[in-house]
Design a protein around this ligand. Structure first.
Ligand code: IPE
Ligand code: IPE
Ligand code: MG
Length: 249
């Protein structure tokens, strides 16, 4: 059995279909989705998960109708403003990742303020990906590495050396990635960091994903065999060794 994942990532998908099922405008689904994030964050804390990273807006979501994009951004600003005190109270450290260079100044300031005011949080790191794309992340990391090493060529760049320049640093790579809404794809989320992440897809729409659904995902994760390229025998003998080490502690 796998120990509890340290880092869980979620693609919060299905808000639009949740509204459609109820003959309501898509915005209502987004509102319910934002409020559901509060419940899932709480459930993660109760289950002792240290890091939660959620996908809120992808670099491809700009292709949506401008009214929907505007509503989503309005929601982000409101969420950031209304949640700061609660996040602080719960010991949550907020991190916001993505390309924020083109954001309105008000949103950039809100993001900086919320991150600064919650920087002492030690219970859970909540990372919200807004205008995030995995391809963007890899490219910006390479550019940042090159800026930091102006006299070295890209030939000298190793995989591990890129890690500190990825927007998720210093988070560990996600152990478990959950996608709600029934699609089985990554849609450009954490494509570098999820190279060895366990994937879990559920048909539940994001506003319906609750503590029980999270537990189902964790149960599924606990039964996965994480080989990282090794054989079953190697994995078994190293987990036996770990168990023995644990006993002699
Ligand atoms: C996810 O829900 C939220 C965002 C992508 C911002 P969707 O809005 O994609 O919901 P569906 O997939 O249309 O149901
Ligand atoms: C992925 O959902 C992005 C977020 C949840 C923020 P989409 O609904 O945009 O994904 P696709 O377009 O179905 O792949
Ligand atoms: Mg969708």
């Amino acid at each position: 059995m796998n120990p509890l994942p340290k880092h869980v990532a979620i693609i919060m998908d299905g808000n639009g279909r949740w509204s459609k099922k109820r003959l309501m405008p898509r915005n209502v689904g987004h509102l319910m989705g934002a409020s559901n994030l509060r419940n899932v964050v709480k459930a993660c804390i109760e289950k002792d998960i240290r890091h939660l990273t959620v996908f809120a807006f992808s670099t491809e979501n700009w292709r949506r109708p401008p009214e929907e994009v505007a509503t989503l951004f309005d929601l982000f600003v409101r969420y950031l403003k209304s949640e700061i005190v609660d996040l602080q109270k719960q010991g949550i450290r907020l991190k916001v990742i993505g390309d924020h260079s083109a954001f309105p100044k008000e949103l950039q300031d809100q993001i900086d303020l919320a991150c600064a005011l919650t920087a002492q949080g030690e219970v859970l790191t909540l990372t919200v990906a807004i205008n995030y794309g995995g391809k963007w992340d890899i490219l910006q990391a390479m550019q940042a590495w090159q800026r930091a090493h102006p006299y070295e060529s890209l030939e000298q760049l190793g995989q591990d050396q890129l890690t500190p320049y990825l927007s998720t640093y210093p988070l560990p790579e996600p152990d478990l990635l959950i996608r709600t809404g029934g699609e089985s794809r990554l849609s450009n989320f954490l494509i570098w960091q999820a190279a060895y992440t366990e994937l879990y897809f559920t048909d539940l729409l994001w506003p319906d994903f609750d503590a029980k659904a999270l537990q189902d995902a964790l149960d599924s994760y606990s039964l996965r065999i994480r080989r990282f390229g090794k054989t079953d025998e190697q994995v078994k003998s190293s987990s036996k060794l770990d168990a023995e080490k644990e006993k002699t502690r």
